[in-house]
Design a protein around this ligand. Structure first.
Ligand code: 4NP
Length: 175
Protein backbone atom coordinates (compact mmCIF):
# COMPACT_ATOMS: atom_id res chain seq x y z
CA UNK A 1 0.00 0.00 0.00
CA UNK A 2 1.41 3.38 -0.96
CA UNK A 3 0.03 6.89 -0.87
CA UNK A 4 0.04 9.00 -4.01
CA UNK A 5 2.80 11.60 -3.95
CA UNK A 6 2.19 15.22 -2.98
CA UNK A 7 -0.66 14.60 -0.57
CA UNK A 8 -2.11 17.63 1.23
CA UNK A 9 -1.47 18.14 4.93
CA UNK A 10 -4.71 17.65 6.91
CA UNK A 11 -6.43 20.77 8.26
CA UNK A 12 -5.84 21.58 11.94
CA UNK A 13 -8.14 19.75 14.37
CA UNK A 14 -9.23 23.03 15.80
CA UNK A 15 -9.69 25.79 13.18
CA UNK A 16 -8.72 28.59 15.59
CA UNK A 17 -5.57 26.89 16.92
CA UNK A 18 -2.50 29.06 16.48
CA UNK A 19 -0.14 26.09 16.23
CA UNK A 20 -0.07 23.12 13.89
CA UNK A 21 1.08 19.87 15.47
CA UNK A 22 2.98 17.18 13.57
CA UNK A 23 3.97 13.72 14.82
CA UNK A 24 6.69 11.74 13.05
CA UNK A 25 6.49 8.00 13.62
CA UNK A 26 8.66 5.00 12.74
CA UNK A 27 9.25 1.61 14.36
CA UNK A 28 11.94 2.19 17.00
CA UNK A 29 12.06 6.02 17.23
CA UNK A 30 15.84 5.81 17.22
CA UNK A 31 16.65 6.19 13.47
CA UNK A 32 14.23 7.59 10.89
CA UNK A 33 11.63 9.59 12.84
CA UNK A 34 14.18 11.20 15.17
CA UNK A 35 16.32 12.24 12.20
CA UNK A 36 13.25 13.76 10.55
CA UNK A 37 12.25 15.39 13.86
CA UNK A 38 15.62 17.11 14.31
CA UNK A 39 15.79 18.29 10.68
CA UNK A 40 12.21 19.56 10.67
CA UNK A 41 12.58 21.49 13.94
CA UNK A 42 15.84 23.01 12.70
CA UNK A 43 14.34 24.13 9.38
CA UNK A 44 11.16 25.44 11.04
CA UNK A 45 13.29 27.58 13.35
CA UNK A 46 15.23 28.92 10.35
CA UNK A 47 11.92 29.76 8.65
CA UNK A 48 10.67 31.62 11.75
CA UNK A 49 7.95 29.01 12.32
CA UNK A 50 9.19 27.48 15.58
CA UNK A 51 6.26 29.01 17.50
CA UNK A 52 3.66 28.01 14.94
CA UNK A 53 4.45 24.34 14.33
CA UNK A 54 5.04 21.76 17.05
CA UNK A 55 6.91 18.56 16.23
CA UNK A 56 7.14 15.30 18.17
CA UNK A 57 8.29 11.80 17.27
CA UNK A 58 7.68 8.30 18.51
CA UNK A 59 7.92 4.63 17.58
CA UNK A 60 5.28 1.95 17.28
CA UNK A 61 7.63 -0.42 19.14
CA UNK A 62 8.50 0.10 22.80
CA UNK A 63 11.99 -1.44 22.96
CA UNK A 64 13.96 1.82 22.98
CA UNK A 65 11.84 4.12 25.18
CA UNK A 66 14.06 6.74 26.84
CA UNK A 67 17.12 5.99 24.72
CA UNK A 68 19.01 8.52 22.61
CA UNK A 69 18.98 7.98 18.88
CA UNK A 70 21.17 5.42 17.14
CA UNK A 71 24.79 6.69 17.03
CA UNK A 72 24.86 6.28 13.25
CA UNK A 73 21.81 8.54 12.92
CA UNK A 74 23.41 11.04 15.31
CA UNK A 75 26.65 11.00 13.33
CA UNK A 76 24.87 11.59 10.02
CA UNK A 77 22.97 14.53 11.53
CA UNK A 78 26.10 16.07 13.07
CA UNK A 79 27.85 15.79 9.72
CA UNK A 80 25.16 18.04 8.25
CA UNK A 81 25.19 20.54 11.12
CA UNK A 82 22.17 19.31 13.10
CA UNK A 83 22.08 18.64 16.87
CA UNK A 84 20.97 15.06 17.67
CA UNK A 85 21.66 15.17 21.41
CA UNK A 86 18.25 16.12 22.83
CA UNK A 87 16.31 13.17 21.43
CA UNK A 88 14.92 10.45 23.71
CA UNK A 89 12.76 7.72 22.24
CA UNK A 90 9.03 7.71 22.92
CA UNK A 91 6.33 5.13 22.25
CA UNK A 92 3.33 5.90 20.01
CA UNK A 93 -0.10 5.18 21.50
CA UNK A 94 -3.69 6.14 20.70
CA UNK A 95 -3.43 9.37 22.71
CA UNK A 96 -1.12 10.78 20.04
CA UNK A 97 -4.12 11.17 17.73
CA UNK A 98 -5.86 13.73 19.91
CA UNK A 99 -2.64 15.73 20.29
CA UNK A 100 -1.62 15.99 16.62
CA UNK A 101 -3.03 17.40 13.39
CA UNK A 102 -0.97 15.12 11.16
CA UNK A 103 0.84 11.85 11.82
CA UNK A 104 3.57 11.26 9.25
CA UNK A 105 4.89 7.71 9.15
CA UNK A 106 7.86 6.19 7.39
CA UNK A 107 6.69 2.89 5.90
CA UNK A 108 3.68 0.70 5.23
CA UNK A 109 4.09 -1.24 8.48
CA UNK A 110 3.94 2.04 10.38
CA UNK A 111 0.71 2.96 8.53
CA UNK A 112 -0.81 -0.34 9.61
CA UNK A 113 0.37 -0.19 13.23
CA UNK A 114 -0.58 3.46 13.75
CA UNK A 115 -3.94 3.19 11.96
CA UNK A 116 -4.88 0.26 14.16
CA UNK A 117 -4.80 2.62 17.15
CA UNK A 118 -7.06 5.23 15.55
CA UNK A 119 -10.51 5.32 17.12
CA UNK A 120 -12.30 7.10 14.24
CA UNK A 121 -12.02 7.16 10.43
CA UNK A 122 -11.27 10.89 10.70
CA UNK A 123 -8.23 10.10 12.87
CA UNK A 124 -7.11 7.47 10.38
CA UNK A 125 -7.18 10.09 7.63
CA UNK A 126 -4.59 12.10 9.53
CA UNK A 127 -2.05 9.30 9.02
CA UNK A 128 0.09 10.04 5.95
CA UNK A 129 3.38 8.85 4.56
CA UNK A 130 6.23 11.28 5.31
CA UNK A 131 7.57 10.79 1.79
CA UNK A 132 4.24 11.67 0.25
CA UNK A 133 5.79 15.15 0.51
CA UNK A 134 9.07 14.17 -1.19
CA UNK A 135 9.03 15.96 -4.55
CA UNK A 136 11.49 13.38 -5.92
CA UNK A 137 9.72 10.25 -4.67
CA UNK A 138 8.55 7.80 -7.28
CA UNK A 139 5.80 5.26 -6.79
CA UNK A 140 7.46 3.87 -3.67
CA UNK A 141 7.04 6.38 -0.85
CA UNK A 142 8.47 4.28 1.95
CA UNK A 143 11.54 5.63 3.71
CA UNK A 144 14.00 2.71 3.89
CA UNK A 145 14.94 1.63 7.41
CA UNK A 146 18.72 2.12 7.75
CA UNK A 147 18.89 0.25 11.09
CA UNK A 148 19.93 -3.03 9.45
CA UNK A 149 22.65 -1.47 7.25
CA UNK A 150 25.77 0.65 7.60
CA UNK A 151 26.54 4.36 7.96
CA UNK A 152 26.03 5.01 4.25
CA UNK A 153 22.40 3.98 4.58
CA UNK A 154 21.89 6.66 7.22
CA UNK A 155 23.51 9.33 5.02
CA UNK A 156 21.24 8.31 2.11
CA UNK A 157 18.13 8.45 4.30
CA UNK A 158 19.15 11.89 5.55
CA UNK A 159 19.29 13.22 1.97
CA UNK A 160 15.68 12.10 1.49
CA UNK A 161 14.65 13.53 4.86
CA UNK A 162 16.19 16.94 4.11
CA UNK A 163 14.54 17.13 0.70
CA UNK A 164 11.14 16.09 2.08
CA UNK A 165 11.46 18.50 5.01
CA UNK A 166 12.09 21.43 2.67
CA UNK A 167 8.79 20.72 0.94
CA UNK A 168 6.95 20.29 4.25
CA UNK A 169 8.28 23.61 5.55
CA UNK A 170 7.30 25.32 2.29
CA UNK A 171 3.73 24.05 2.70
CA UNK A 172 3.56 24.92 6.40
CA UNK A 173 4.83 28.42 5.67
CA UNK A 174 2.12 28.83 3.03
CA UNK A 175 -0.65 28.00 5.49
P1 4NP B 1 13.65 3.13 13.18
O1 4NP B 1 14.67 1.90 13.01
O2 4NP B 1 12.25 2.55 13.12
O3 4NP B 1 13.92 4.00 11.97
O4 4NP B 1 13.95 3.80 14.49
C1 4NP B 1 14.66 0.80 13.86
C2 4NP B 1 15.20 0.89 15.12
C3 4NP B 1 15.21 -0.21 15.96
C4 4NP B 1 14.69 -1.41 15.52
C5 4NP B 1 14.14 -1.49 14.25
C6 4NP B 1 14.13 -0.39 13.42
N1 4NP B 1 14.69 -2.55 16.37
O5 4NP B 1 14.30 -3.63 15.91
O6 4NP B 1 15.07 -2.43 17.55
Amino acid sequence: MTEPTMTELPPPRSPDADTYSLALVCLGNICRSPMAHVVLEHRLAEAGLADRVRVASSGTGDWHIGEPMDPRAASALEGRGFDPTLHRAQHFDGDWFSAHDAILVMDDNNVRDVSRLASTPADRERVLMFRAFDPAAGQDVELPDPWYGDQRGFEAVLVIIERTTDELVRRLAAR
